[in-house]
Design a protein. Structure first.
Length: 401
């Protein structure tokens, strides 16, 4: 059954509706003009997608990420679509100002806030997970760093060498950087400026720790860096996110409404009792949809297709599944397969199973299998009061990621 929810809020900064009860949010800072790059690098094409699309997909690949806020140049809000972003806000003239703009959109209940440069499209999910884990263990902040391999010299403005720096205690710092939400908000109080947020948290006395960064997590500064990223993606040296799994569930009661027909997996079952619901009450398609959305970290079916919205009254749930699969792909994931277990005594699914699987698979763009299970007389399902379905979906990184 589609979960009952209040209609989603309509602010214009929302690009899509999700469940905002989560603990860890990522701010992707992409409001720069790209002066050294020769233009806004966040929109530059990279291996068939924009730089910003790779960056957001990388954040979404992390199991730690519950929501993504993207900060773009003023005037771009509402003009650009960024798949995988929950919220898009206008940035400021400085990097720290843009972080504060993103921070203002973070839900108050968020416990951890991650700040990530929009020009780092190759950051692996493991780095996101590592910095968040360190904050969860008690640090005020966690930043990724890589050891310096080149000799470092101290020079005058004219270029004269004045000394050689001992690099044994130095690291080159990257993003994503994670912080306890309260510490980051305190660090930004008074609108200070710094080249990274770790410095601001350090300035208020916060404990910031370094975790292992990744050598491929380069920041795009000029066009030559874009070519390096292209080669990394082409040869597969860019970090690859692991597959993700989602669990979906749906249940509908039977109805004696003569105007309704039983639909399961997009197939009608003439002569059988129909299910009650806001849409066509296709419990199998709903569970598959819920599983795919969950696997991609996109909330649940009730968030995207609420039963309070008249648009979905009587909706064909195969169309809802197809739409959800499109959202999954837009977020940087590709459905791999969905497995559904339907619990009911009637109808018998075997005669229609092949057609159900064909229609579900066509909508999802991936193999969908259906299995029937009897409730063996237990509970409401055993008494024949309705039909339930559990579904497990696997999604893999899309777009070559």
């Amino acid at each position: 059954m589609l979960p009952r929810r209040r209609p989603p809020p309509p602010p214009d900064i929302l690009l899509r509706v999700t469940d905002h009860r989560s603990a860890t949010w990522v701010i992707v800072v992409a409001a720069g003009s790209g002066a050294r790059f020769g233009g806004p690098k966040q929109w530059a094409p990279l291996a068939g997608r924009r730089v910003i699309d790779w960056t957001v997909a990388g954040a979404r690949a992390s199991s730690s990420c519950d929501g993504v806020i993207v900060v773009v140049p003023e005037g771009e809000v509402g003009r650009v679509e960024i798949p995988g972003a929950d919220v898009v806000v206008a940035g400021a003239a400085t990097r720290s100002g843009s972080v504060r703009a993103g921070l203002s959109a973070v839900p108050p209940a968020a416990e951890v806030v991650v700040v990530h440069d929009g020009a780092r499209p190759l950051a692996p999910a493991s780095v996101f997970d590592a910095v968040v884990a360190m904050v969860a263990s008690g640090a005020d902040g966690a930043i990724p760093g890589v050891a310096l391999t080149d000799t470092v010299k101290r020079v005058t403005p004219e270029g004269s060498v004045t000394g050689t720096v001992d690099r044994s205690g130095l690291v080159a710092v990257q993003t994503p950087q994670a912080f306890a939400a309260g510490a980051l908000r305190r660090a930004h109080a008074g609108a200070p400026e710094a080249t990274d947020d770790g410095a601001l948290v350090e300035a208020i006395g916060g404990r910031v720790v370094v975790v292992a960064g990744h050598p491929d997590n380069i920041k795009l500064t000029d066009v030559g860096d874009l070519a390096i990223a292209e080669r990394a993606l082409a040869v597969g040296s860019a970090p690859v996110a692991a597959p993700r799994v989602g669990l979906g569930f749906d249940v509908h009661p039977f109805t004696d409404d003569p105007e309704r027909v039983l639909v399961l997996g997009g197939v009608t079952f003439p002569g059988e009792r129909a299910l009650a619901g806001h849409s066509d009450a296709d419990a199998v398609a709903h569970a598959a949809t819920d599983a795919l959305l969950g696997a991609a970290g996109l909330g649940d079916i009730g968030a995207h297709f609420p039963d309070t919205d008249p648009r979905w009254a009587g909706a064909d749930s195969i169309d809802l599944l197809r739409t959800a699969a499109g959202l999954v792909r837009a977020a940087g994931w590709e459905p791999a397969n969905v497995d559904c277990s339907v619990v009911c005594d009637r109808p018998r699914l075997a005669p229609q199973r092949d057609e159900m699987q064909r229609r579900l698979s066509a909508a999802a763009g991936a193999d969908v299998t259906v299995k029937g299970r009897r409730p063996e007389g237990l509970g409401a399902l055993g008494r024949g009061e309705g039909i339930a379905c559990w579904a497990v979906a696997v999604v893999v990184p899309g777009g070559g990621r």
